[in-house]
Design a protein around this ligand. Structure first.
Ligand SMILES: [Zn+2]
Length: 321
């Protein structure tokens, strides 16, 4: 089984007011996350990956750089590439009206999701994002993930038009993901549309029967371990894990969230141990094989004790912070 550790890398300025005033502190938090105990945004993420000998996929959001300068994007690309990881394209279309000159004619208007843009507009945004990453030092984009997973059917036509043929924008649990494709396509397993190979975010059934995304900040270590082992045992081909550049930080702070840090450490140690059985992979070679019959593989699952443990950890965190 191939497993992809994917990180969506993005900068936010706490709303859309005073962007230029807020950007320096935002960049510092989202990229470095400096605290007295270490830099728990990208630097600590990269350090943990390196310690366990793992390579990851970083879907980097470039549109912010059309506002503040490509040099900031170049810094992000450089620190990820220095460790030999994969830089791929992530787009948060809500930046579009903050860029000057405006990307589209007419009065600026905030449209959050990529699915709110026409096919032609999506092609324009994908091309702009890829050009910005090229200017920032990464000219080999092979894969894409829509911001907030908010793709639609046109997104795959647009990806094909620009020649990006691997995607990971489908998320079964988020209603805005693949909004006009629900009920027509299975979001739980790989599929091919318009020659684009789509690896949806892996979703598993937790120990109390609910669907959960394989996201570092959203499930316990034991749950994600169980889900990975059950998927491997069922001969699942691809397993996609989600995290973010800021996922190990407490909300609105640069202090580390110790619970998430410990989970990520344990997940990486586990994956390093399982190296013979589970290949932690990237999209850098530009191709993903999907076997016949993959559509029939059962959903991964976690056991009851693993889910109870996560619920217990969350309860403790609510009390002690
Ligand atoms: Zn995002």
């Amino acid at each position: 089984m191939k497993l992809y550790l994917t990180f969506d890398v993005e900068i936010w300025c706490d709303g859309w007011h005073d962007l230029d005033g807020r950007f320096p502190a935002s960049f510092d938090r989202y990229v470095y996350g400096r605290s007295s105990s270490g830099d728990f945004a990208l630097p600590k993420t990269l350090e943990i990956l390196k310690r366990h000998g793992l390579k990851a996929v970083f879907f980097v959001e470039p549109l912010f750089a059309a506002r503040f300068g490509v040099e900031f994007l170049a810094r992000i690309v450089a620190i990820i590439q220095a460790d030999g990881h994969d830089v791929q394209l992530h787009l948060h279309a809500e930046w579009t009206d903050e860029i000057r000159p405006l990307v589209f004619p007419g009065p600026p208007q905030k449209r959050q999701h990529l699915s709110y843009y026409s096919l032609e507009e999506q092609i324009t945004l994908l091309t702009l994002g890829r050009d910005l990453l090229a200017q920032a030092g990464c000219d080999s984009i092979k894969a894409f993930r829509a911001g907030s997973f908010a793709c639609n059917r046109d997104t795959f036509r647009a990806l094909r038009a620009v020649g990006i043929l691997i995607d990971s924008s489908l998320h079964e649990i988020l209603p805005d993901s693949g909004i006009d494709m629900r009920g027509t396509f299975d979001f739980l397993r790989p599929l091919v549309l318009d020659q684009v190979v789509i690896l949806p975010l892996t979703v598993f059934r937790d120990g109390i029967g609910k669907l959960r995304p394989a996201q570092v900040g959203a499930c316990g270590f034991e749950e994600i371990r169980d889900a990975i082992l059950s998927a491997a045992a069922a001969n699942t081909q691809h397993f996609v894990v989600l995290s973010h550049n800021f996922e190990m930080l407490k909300q609105r702070s640069s202090e580390p969230d110790r619970l998430v840090v410990a989970r990520f450490e344990r997940l990486c140690a586990f994956l390093a141990q399982q190296a013979g059985r589970i290949e932690v992979s990237t999209f850098s070679n530009g191709s993903v094989d999907i076997e016949e019959g993959a559509a029939l593989s059962p959903l991964p699952f976690a056991g009851f004790p693993a889910t109870m443990r996560r619920i217990g950890e969350q309860a403790v965190r609510r009390v002690v912070g």
